[in-house]
Design a protein around this ligand. Structure first.
Ligand code: SF4
Length: 412
């Protein structure tokens, strides 16, 4: 299990696996080049080839490899050992030497390579799952997830998480301010004007308190998700596609529930550990496990974070995370025309509201009955479900809403 800070990477949207990771692969490959010119062919496989256009994969790579003659070879249908595979191949201008490296995008911006081993991130936790974490905490009389993390993380982790929290809030506030169209293609269904600020203004006038809370949280989730879709900087949580979920509930806690930055920073230890467990035992990438892996995981992380900030027990925190994920099981990833707009922006709002509801169940139902499904159970179910989902529902824009609304030339 890796550092929890790796769940929260700052980078440009719209996709951590299809934008940040390819950009990181290009940076890794570039650092190995002695020449500042020459030809580079980048072969993109599977989902990266299917939806790279809408996810700005090629733009992200070209930007890093400025000065080189970059061409792309797209192989969407070729079977591969990994669903998010890229091969970078360099040829010098005089054709005297060449070399190539294979890279994989693992989800959330992380990359790995069998050829360039320095990019492979080390494990720092000796745990497999939530049960092993709880057992270690009990054996060592550790009371909180933060206390546990401080035994394994760098000494700067508290400051690093505070910076991450502030970056999340910056993204919410920035998204509420921005106006205008998100650039997509000429599909009329994908013409999208930012509306987070308008939702927020309308929410402030809602009299009914529950509805007001839900629409405020929605506006914060939209603000970040719209930023991500527009290619602005966001914090993965655990991915760009799902980056609106966690910040929205934390920002609501800060602005409307009087929670302190320190309390909210500490909730990132809990959220990060939940994301880490999913990442290690299933996947956080829509192209590997469907949207349950992105929005489902984000919702679990957010539910656990709210439960922590509200002062619930570790059992209730687990209940909240489990409950949020359980009811997203099987959720497909079907971004229309490969743009992270429909269903993604709205789905961030729903993921945030589901997180809040899961927290309420954990707070009020957990004391009345024992949850029969553990967090590890639901992660295992998610992995099995993701493995058996058709590729049509794993970020290839071939099924579901992507199939129905593909290039539809009529306005709804
Ligand atoms: S449908 Fe879900 S997993 Fe797929 S791109 Fe959108 S937010 Fe990400």
């Amino acid at each position: 299990m890796k550092s929890i800070t790796k769940l929260f990477r700052v980078g440009p949207g719209p996709s951590s696996s299809h934008t940040i990771a390819p950009s990181n692969c290009a940076k890794a490959f570039k650092r190995l080049l002695k020449e500042t010119n020459g030809k580079i062919t980048v072969t993109l496989y599977g989902s990266l080839a299917f939806t790279g256009g809408g996810h700005k994969t090629q733009d992200a790579i070209i930007k890093v490899l400025d000065g080189y003659d970059v061409t792309f070879d797209l192989k969407p249908f070729e079977p591969t050992e990994h669903p998010l595979k890229m091969i970078f191949e360099y040829h010098s201008l005089d054709n005297t030497h060449s070399f190539k490296n294979t890279y994989y995008s693992l989800g959330g911006g992380e990359i790995a390579s069998p050829d360039d081993i320095e990019v492979n991130e080390p494990n720092i936790y000796p745990f497999k799952d939530f049960n092993s974490i709880k057992a270690y905490m009990a054996e060592n009389d550790i009371k909180t997830v933060k206390e546990l993390c401080l035994r394994f993380e760098k000494p700067s982790v508290d400051d690093d998480l505070m910076d991450i929290l502030k970056d999340m809030f910056k993204s919410v506030e920035d998204g509420l301010e921005r106006k205008g169209q998100i650039i997509t293609n000429n599909n009329p269904r994908l013409q999208y004007s930012r509306c987070a600020g308008d939702i927020n203004k309308a929410a402030k006038h809602i009299k009914e308190q529950e509805a007001k809370r839900e629409m405020l949280i929605t506006s914060f989730a939209y603000a970040v998700a719209e930023n991500s879709a527009a290619g602005c900087e966001v914090v993965t949580g655990p991915t760009c596609g799902s980056s609106g979920v966690l910040p929205s509930v934390l920002y609501y806690g800060y602005k409307y529930r009087g929670k302190t930055l320190e309390e909210l920073r500490d909730s990132l230890y809990v959220a990060g550990m939940i994301g880490n467990i999913v990442k290690q035992n299933a996947s956080i990438a829509g192209s590997i496990g469907g949207c349950q892996a992105e929005i489902g995981t984000a919702s679990s992380m957010a539910a656990a974070a709210i439960a922590f900030v509200d002062g619930n027990s570790l059992y209730q925190i687990e209940y909240a995370a489990e409950c949020a994920m359980e009811h997203f099981l099987g959720l497909s990833c079907d971004p229309v025309d490969g743009f992270v707009v429909i269903p993604c922006i709205e789905r961030n709002g729903m993921g945030a509201l589901r997180a809040y509801n899961a927290f309420l169940y954990a707070k009020y139902i957990a004391p009345l009955r024992t949850n029969k499904v553990s967090f590890d159970d639901v992660v295992e179910a998610m992995k099995i479900t993701g493995d058996s989902l058709s590729d049509k529902y794993k970020e290839t824009a071939q099924g579901g809403l992507a199939e129905i609304l593909k290039n539809k030339n009529t306005h709804c």
